[in-house]
Design a protein around this ligand. Sequence first.
Ligand SMILES: [Zn+2]
Length: 125
Amino acid sequence: MNQHCCEWMDSFLQDDSINIHYDEVLREYYVIIDECAAVQCIFYCPWCGVKLPASLRDVYFGLIWEKYGDDVDVDCELLPIEMRSSAWWKNRKEIITELLEKYHNASEGIKGRCLMLKTMNSAIS
Ligand SMILES: [Zn+2]
């Protein structure tokens, strides 16, 4: 069974020579545009054409800011282990649609929705 939408996506995500990446915490697929920091989220699989699952960026930051305030460092080790992997959304799978509605646009203005800057560390991981 494929971990992502198709065997090509599974395979190319493992291949460092192919410019496609997956952020399991935010459930985002992206390509790196700039050697340093610019990334472009992708919304459809380039190989099988399926619409990829919605990014959970808004929900993630919405939950964190609600609990810890909006100046918390998201790389902070004070965040529970669950929030540092895909566990946080896998554990909330049955209410993820509700959460997507609740926190829609929560991160607007602070994190661009399509073109955003990330540190090289998070782009590589
Ligand atoms: Zn695919």
